[in-house]
Design a protein around this ligand. Structure first.
Ligand code: SAM
Length: 273
């Protein structure tokens, strides 16, 4: 029983799963309801290691944020931020630079409701309810413009988000609009579900379609297109457990030595010169 969630947001429609709450349920969080847990169960049915896939994704986020913070980025725009969980963007960034500012953006209002509690004492981090499908609404949101200085390099993040959009929607265009507003020296961090023809990848797509009606896999060349032509920091696009932007700080496993569920999520970090 998700008592905390129910006490917090009694007015939300809890009869249908949302992406943020299903993801929270997969990660073992408590900000979810019965319909979300059913969605998470669909993931577990098709991909029993779904929690590890989500953790891979979170580790990709941490590695990307740490790289950017160590390379001078002190403001982050994290789109599709999700519910607070282990080591969030502001915690990773502010551990390296306590002055770093973070704006979390999510279109699910539950993220704002729960995030506020987490951020009650953090003056350099804020949460905005807005939709990537309307990038201008993000760029002009007063809580975004108050915290993010668009004249200085920005760490733009779309982590674990693009799989929820079909390419027919042309989601690259939305990110392109955001990137156009970011000055040179900015980065684009992205993770996405890849399709290299392996059964576990089709299985996670099937799970997403069953649980949420979205959650597609993409050919790596399609994922690359969403970086809008930005050159990628070494090693480019790779499976998250093998992906260490810049210098790897440990031995990198061979792709074929990874467990199949570790070959679902890919990460990349583009740099706007
Ligand atoms: N970025 C976090 C991570 O990688 O751990 C959370 C990923 S979660 C799978 C995707 C998040 O994107 C959810 O919280 C969902 O509400 C949000 N989302 C989905 N569609 C969105 C949209 N059109 N605009 C903004 N956020 C969106």
């Amino acid at each position: 029983m998700a008592e905390n969630a129910e006490q917090y947001v009694p007015d939300f429609d809890i009869s249908r799963p949302t992406i943020a709450r299903v993801y929270d349920a997969i990660l073992g969080g408590k900000d979810n309801f019965a319909a979300d847990r059913e969605g998470a169960a669909a993931y577990m049915k098709h991909v029993p290691n779904s929690k590890e896939v989500a953790i891979d994704n979170r580790l990709g986020l941490e590695k990307g944020v740490a790289y950017m913070a160590k390379h001078g980025i002190d403001q982050f725009l994290d789109i599709g931020a999700g519910l607070p969980t282990m080591r969030n963007t502001h915690q990773v960034a502010q551990e390296i630079n306590p002055e770093a500012t973070v704006v979390y953006v999510d279109n699910d209002p539950i993220v704002l409701a729960h995030g506020r509690a987490l951020l009650a004492t953090n003056e350099t981090t804020t949460i905005v309810t807005a939709d990537l499908r309307d990038p201008e609404s993000i760029l002009t949101h007063p809580d975004v413009t108050k915290v993010i200085d668009f004249d200085r390099p920005i760490g733009l993040m779309v982590v674990g988000l693009f799989m929820h959009f079909h390419d027919q929607e042309n989601p690259g265009e939305w990110v392109g609009t955001l990137l156009d507003a970011c000055p040179s020296g900015s980065y684009l961090l992205m993770t996405d579900f890849a399709d290299t023809g392996e059964p576990q990848q089709k299985a996670i797509e099937q799970a997403g379609l069953e649980a949420l009606g979205n959650g597609w896999v993409r050919k790596p060349e399609k994922i690359l297109e969403h970086f809008q032509g930005l050159p990628l920091v070494e090693p480019g696009l790779d499976w998250v457990p093998r992906w260490f932007p810049g210098e790897p700080d440990r031995e990198v496993p061979a792709a074929e030595d990874l467990a199949p569920h570790n070959r679902i999520m890919m990460a990349g970090l583009g740099y706007k010169a």
